[in-house]
Structure formats: structure tokens, C-alpha cells
Design a protein around this ligand. Structure first.
Ligand code: HEM
Length: 461
């Protein structure tokens, strides 16, 4: 039976009834696609192969360091049952230019964004011109290697092993170091201080079973992330995923100033001032969704994700809030993100070291203006219909979901010239006078599109 990508039930990965094709798919799919891999410490290497044959041999020699989705899921189960730590994650992605360089035809890849490469999509995405990107991203990147684990030591050791395997004809164009940030509750946060990575499409039965599902169905079929690997020995059984990488620098001081200024303009006082930032993000810093609560702290950990926006025209959670722009959740099972297939699997990690506490209320002047941000990463079955659509047609579009909505306050790129109105009280009908949109505080510094092939392909090189 071929792998069912339009599965109506989440995948029971360890069921004895699993068909042979799906078993082999799991045994040859890279880890971190179906289920996030721990990557608290993360090294991201960008490579250029001077010699295609050397590049091929190098990629094949990485396979023994990598694990399949199946091995990763087994490790997770062992960790849950007996706290046995898993092994280090090594992920490999190849760009269109990379495939060509190692001698593979690329016409079987159907995604136009992958075919073009990120440098040629700046006008589609309103990205800064390539000349303004950081140096490594301006070059022709052939491959990306992700090395991630819970502690720094195994990442350093695996990184050293990989560098030893690197042929002299290959060059490391650049490296990013991801470093997880956590609040005092131990939840992963991004640099503006908000809990992040909470809402994800879930593909596996054990993940879906663990979530309440009264108002939001977190289950999404495999079609959202898996693509038959066209260059693998058996594309009916060997799958991969398109991978987007973007370095997004965050000006934390400017964002915190924008929060304060908005709170002042709306006349918010005391604890209610926290609603200003929450209206930009859609959740309070502790992850409490504005759709459900007027104040933070009402919500147990992990943050509630069982909500949709039906019944909230925007007077609880404004329609321009980051999480509402990027996931409109009009209903439990029928939101646009589902019907259009937009939902992708986000696997980002923060970068940069903080000497202040990103989660607290210290004044904006004490916050960094650069050097910190998000290594945005996500798995897609279609870069055009998922990542690019979300960024272009939703976050950058002042008229989504309706005319005059304004840009996504966090990641919107483009003119922020439409004035916007905020609910003065949570759930109240009175709106503020038209106010300028908050300034852009996230800057794209470079990136690339890759395909994360199946282990069967890499083994066959
Ligand atoms: C959710 C921050 C970039 C798409 C979130 C959340 C935060 C956040 C705090 C709420 C946590 C959660 O619901 O999981 C940021 C920051 C970014 C950034 C600071 C840049 C520095 C992006 C980009 C995209 C994106 C580039 C896609 C183009 C999403 C999506 C959600 C989300 C889809 C989940 C919304 C939901 O399901 O309710 N982000 N994000 N984010 N973000 Fe971002």
C-alpha cells in the first residue's frame, strides 16, 4: 500500500499494522520533520562544494551520523519512559544549486521557489536586496547541515567529526549557532520574550492524543510536510521535505519601545499594559492566548492551544496579531490554513546571547538592538503554497484577512502606512482612533531553500 499522505487519522508510527511502505518511509525519513528534535544547542553549517564528486562522497559519509524519523521516535519513547537521553541530531539539506553541483538533475523537483532559490524571491517576499544580506548568504550555498542536541558538548563533538570528513575542496561559507532561550517556567521563548513553538501541526497519534481538541484540531495529514524524494531509489517509499532557512534579526529594544508606546497611546495602565504586546503577538508573554483571556497567568503550562477565532471579530485578539495573521483558525476543522494547506512544521531556534532576561519587564533601554534573533526554519511540502504564501499573502498583505488590517506587526515586510485600530478594552466594542502601525523590528539577514532528502537517497550517493 503506498504511503497515505491524505491520511484522515494521525500516524500511529509504532503500530504493528503499519504497511511496509510507511514503515520504510519512517526508516528513511530524516528526523525533526514529523516531530521536533531537541536542538537547544544548534550548529548550522552552510557549505559550498568545489568538486561535485567530493561533495557526493561527503554527503554519503554523513549518513552513519544521522538518524531516521523512526529511530528518533523510539528515542523519544525511551526518554519518556526511562529518561534515557537520545543521540545528537544531524540534518542535511541540499539546495537546487547543490544538487546540480553534485551532478543530479533537478527538473523532478516541482516547487518553483526551490527551483529559483531564495535570492531570486526577494521581490515576491519583500525581502531586503541580496546585497544587504550577511556575507555567507550572498554566496551560492550548496548544502546545510544542522547539528542539534540538549547540551553543547555532543554538538561540538559531532561538529568536529563532520569537519574532519569535509573534503579540502569544500568550503564552509558560514555558520550559525542556535541557543534556546527559556523563561523561568522552562518554556522555550523567542527574544521579544514570548513563549514560542507552541502551536504546530501534529502528525503523530501520540502527539494528537495528548492535546485537548474541543475548539482546535491540531492534527494535519502528512501531505503538509512530506514529498516523495524524486531522486531516491524508490520515491514511493522514500520521502523528504522542503526546508526554509531564514536568519531574522530582532531589534528587541525597538519592539519593547513599541509595546510601551502602544500601551501609552491606548491609555492602558497597570497589568492591562501587557495587553499592548499581546495584541501584536496574539498571546501574552507566558503564552496565554488573547483569544481566551484578558490577562496573562490564567493559563496552565504548556500554553493553551485549544482555541479558534470563531466569535471573535478582533475585539479580543486583533486580526492583525502575528499568530492570527499566520494561522487564521476560522474554525476547529475548516480554517484556511487547513483548506489551503498552508500550515508548515516550524522548527526554528533563537540565536545570540543575552545578558538581560528576555522575559521580564526591565525597561527597553536595557535591551539589545541587534545580534539576537530567530533562525527561522520550517518543513514544507510546498514552499510556494506554505512558507511563501504565509509571508507574502498574509503577513506582508495589509488587506488580509480584510481590507485595512495592516501588516503582521512582527514579520510583515512592506509599507506600514495603513493606520490600525485596537480594542480599548478586551472584548469591548469601543475601538481606538486610527493609530500608526508599530515599526518593523525584525530584519531578514539572509537565507536559502533546501530539500531534506531521504536517507535512502544519501546512502545511494
Ligand atoms: C507563532 C514569534 C517568525 C509563523 C508564534 C508565536 C510567537 C512567534 C511568539 C506564538 C507561539 C505559538 O503559537 O507557537 C515569532 C518571531 C518571529 C517569527 C519573534 C521572527 C523573529 C515567523 C515567521 C513565520 C511565523 C517568519 C512564517 C512566515 C508563525 C506561525 C505561528 C507562529 C504559523 C503559529 C500560529 C498559530 O498556530 O496560532 N511566532 N515568529 N513566525 N509563528 Fe511566528
Amino acid at each position: 500500500m503506498p504511503v497515505e499522505l491524505d491520511n484522515t487519522e494521525p500516524l500511529a508510527w509504532n503500530s504493528p499494522d503499519l504497511d511496509e511502505d510507511t514503515k520504510e518511509m519512517l526508516e528513511t525519513l530524516q528526523a525533526n520533520i514529523l516531530h521536533p528534535h531537541v536542538r537547544e544547542h544548534l550548529s548550522v553549517l552552510f557549505l559550498h562544494f568545489g568538486d561535485g564528486g567530493d561533495g557526493r562522497r561527503f554527503l554519503r559519509r554523513l549518513v552513519p551520523l544521522m538518524k531516521s524519523a523512526k529511530e528518533h521516535l523510539r528515542e523519544l519513547r525511551s526518554f519518556r519512559m526511562s529518561q534515557i537521553s537520545g543521540t545528537t541530531y544531524v540534518g542535511v539539506g541540499i539546495s537546487k544549486a547543490g544538487y546540480r553541483q553534485i551532478g543530479d538533475a533537478t527538473d523532478l523537483f516541482t516547487d518553483n521557489a526551490f527551483q529559483a532559490g531564495m535570492k531570486r524571491r526577494t521581490s515576491t517576499l519583500n525581502d531586503p536586496p541580496v546585497a544587504e544580506w550577511e556575507e555567507p548568504y550572498r554566496e551560492e550555498i550548496h548544502a546545510v547541515i544542522l547539528i542539534g542536541d540538549a547540551t553543547p558538548e555532543p554538538v561540538a563533538a559531532t561538529r568536529a567529526t563532520i569537519l574532519e570528513l569535509l573534503p579540502p575542496t569544500a568550503r564552509i561559507l558560514g555558520e550559525e549557532t542556535g541557543l534556546g532561550q527559556r523563561n523561568p517556567e522552562g518554556e522555550g521563548i523567542e527574544h521579544f520574550g514570548y513563549v514560542d513553538g507552541r502551536s504546530q501541526p501534529l502528525f503523530l497519534a501520540d502527539q494528537v492524543a495528548a492535546e485537548p481538541k474541543d475548539n482546535w484540531n491540531p492534527f494535519f495529514p502528512l501531505r503538509h510536510v512530506l514529498v516523495a524524494d524524486p531522486l531516491a531509489p524508490n520515491p514511493n517509499r522514500h520521502f523528504g521535505s522542503y526546508f526554509v532557512f531564514r536568519k531574522l534579526e530582532q531589534n528587541v529594544r525597538a519592539f519593547r519601545q513599541a509595546e510601551e508606546q502602544l500601551a501609552d497611546r491606548l491609555g492602558l495602565t497597570g497589568e492591562d499594559r501587557k495587553r499592548a504586546g499581546a495584541m501584536l503577538v496574539g498571546r501574552f508573554r507566558d503564552g496565554t492566548p488573547l483569544r481566551l483571556y484578558a490577562k496573562p497567568g490564567e493559563d496552565p503550562s504548556p500554553a493553551v492551544n485549544d482555541f479558534n477565532y470563531d466569535g471573535d471579530p478582533g475585539n479580543k485578539c486583533p486580526v492583525f496579531a502575528h499568530i492570527r495573521k499566520t494561522t487564521p483558525r476560522e474554525s476547529k476543522d475548516g480554517g484556511t490554513e487547513r483548506t489551503l494547506g498552508v500550515m508548515m512544521a516550524r522548527r526554528g531556534q533563537t540565536y545570540g546571547v543575552r545578558t538581560d532576561n528576555p522575559w521580564d519587564d526591565a525597561p527597553p533601554e536595557t535591551r539589545p538592538t541587534g545580534g539576537v534573533g530567530l533562525l527561522f526554519m520550517a518543513f514544507n511540502s510546498s514552499l510556494v503554497r506554505q512558507f511563501e504564501f504565509m509571508q507574502r499573502a498574509w503577513s506582508n498583505n495589509p488587506d488580509f484577512p480584510r481590507s485595512g488590517t495592516g501588516l503582521d506587526p512582527l514579520i510583515g515586510q512592506g509599507a506600514r502606512d495603513v493606520p490600525v485600530r485596537y480594542p480599548l478594552a478586551w472584548g469591548g466594542n469601543e475601538l481606538s482612533p486610527p493609530l500608526p502601525q508599530v515599526p518593523q523590528t525584525v530584519t531578514m539577514k539572509g537565507g536559502e531553500y533546501f530539500f531534506m532528502p531521504s536517507l535512502a537517497y544519501l546512502n545511494n550517493l
